[in-house]
Design a protein around this ligand. Structure first.
Ligand SMILES: [Zn+2]
Ligand SMILES: [Zn+2]
Length: 345
């Protein structure tokens, strides 16, 4: 099978390789991948800004159907539509593994960076990390379950958005548009900010339920925040762009005692005004990756139709066109770009 791999360090260290179709060991399944999304993390892996255990098949956002069931696996059969938690290798006995936060385990290896991932026709995962895709949720919609679960982790589990909160989401990329929908599901009134280059994305934010948008290079974020919140500032802000100016803007417009949720990945250290954080008593929170609970919630939100992932899918490419797909993503053209790995809907 063809697989898109990080083969060695360096921006030219990615490429398609022929790999053997994996076999399911005990308590494992082989998944026939339907769709796999390119994530900001994959761009960081391409640029050596996020660690990868090269040579490794990339891709951690995916959906698929079970192709082979290994010995000892109960409750799953060939053909079942599934997604999987990304932290597939963990020690199983540290305080993080035992408290439902396996992504913090020091021995964690995630698919697509630590172990072989979803940018291939087939992949193998342990059965214990699987989640069945609910009826009525398409494989295409479920391919965004991982980034959605990341947003559930940050917005619902760590930052705990409440009904009535006025929230700013900075950065209307795929993560921002999912964070918007999760915050709305929790009862918040959500505004989304971006630059004029983001205008189509800001329009989509309105379709997906934003109360308003702010174009930061056309209008003052501070003035817009003042108008929206009657001078108080936002109850919570989510930095979803992974850009220093966006983090700075968020910190300036969050209210005293408000919450700052970091979701975007910068790929480097950035200047951040901790004096301002201190003086405003802002609570800084970060959700890294996903918990088993956040996957359950994400799948329920998809099943109920509370979150719509399909409008966020902008392009679908075959794996062979990976360079076009990655270039498009790096130039912020399109939103969530998926690879189609097999002919399924
Ligand atoms: Zn991702
Ligand atoms: Zn552990």
């Amino acid at each position: 099978m063809k697989a898109l791999m990080k083969l060695r360090p360096g921006r030219d260290g990615m490429g398609l390789q022929d790999m053997p179709i994996p076999e399911a060991g005990e308590n494992e399944v082989v998944i026939k991948v339907a769709y796999a999304g390119i994530c900001g993390t994959d761009l960081h892996i391409r640029s050596d800004e996020y660690e990868a255990n090269a040579p490794v098949i990339m891709g951690h956002e995916f959906s698929g159907t079970i192709h082979q069931v290994g010995a000892g696996v109960l409750g799953y059969a060939v053909g079942d539509p599934v997604v999987s938690l990304t932290a597939v290798v963990t020690c199983g006995h540290c305080r993080y593994c035992l408290s439902g936060t396996p992504m913090l385990c020091s021995e964690r290896k995630s698919i697509g960076s630590g172990v072989n991932g979803a940018f291939a026709q087939y992949m193998v995962v342990p059965a214990r990390t699987l989640y069945p895709i609910p009826e009525g949720v398409s494989l295409k919609a479920a391919a965004l379950c991982e980034p959605l679960a990341c947003c559930v982790r940050s917005v619902s589990e760590v930052c705990r958005i409440d009904a009535g909160d006025i929230v700013l989401v900075s950065g209307p990329g795929a993560i921002g548009l999912l964070a918007l929908q999760v915050a709305r599901a929790n009862g918040a009134k959500v505004y989304v900010s971006g630059t004029s280059a983001d205008e189509p994305r800001l329009r989509l934010a309105m379709q997906l339920g934003a109360a308003g948008t702010i174009t930061v290079n056309r209008e003052s974020l501070a003035e817009a925040a003042e108008k929206i919140t009657g001078g108080a500032g936002f109850d919570a802000v989510f930095e979803c762009a992974g850009v220093a100016a966006s983090a700075d803007g968020c910190l300036k417009v969050v209210r005293k005692g408000g919450r700052f949720g970091q979701i975007g990945l910068f790929g480097k250290a950035i200047p951040f005004d901790l004096d301002l954080l201190l003086k405003k008593e802002v609570k800084l929170s970060a959700g890294f990756a996903t918990t088993p609970d956040s996957w359950r919630t994400a799948l329920r939100l998809l099943e109920a139709g509370t979150v719509d992932t399909l409008p966020i899918v902008s392009d679908i490419f075959p794996l062979e066109s990976w360079e076009t797909a990655f270039d498009k993503m790096e130039h912020k053209m399109g939103l969530k770009i998926l690879f189609s790995l097999s002919q399924q809907n």
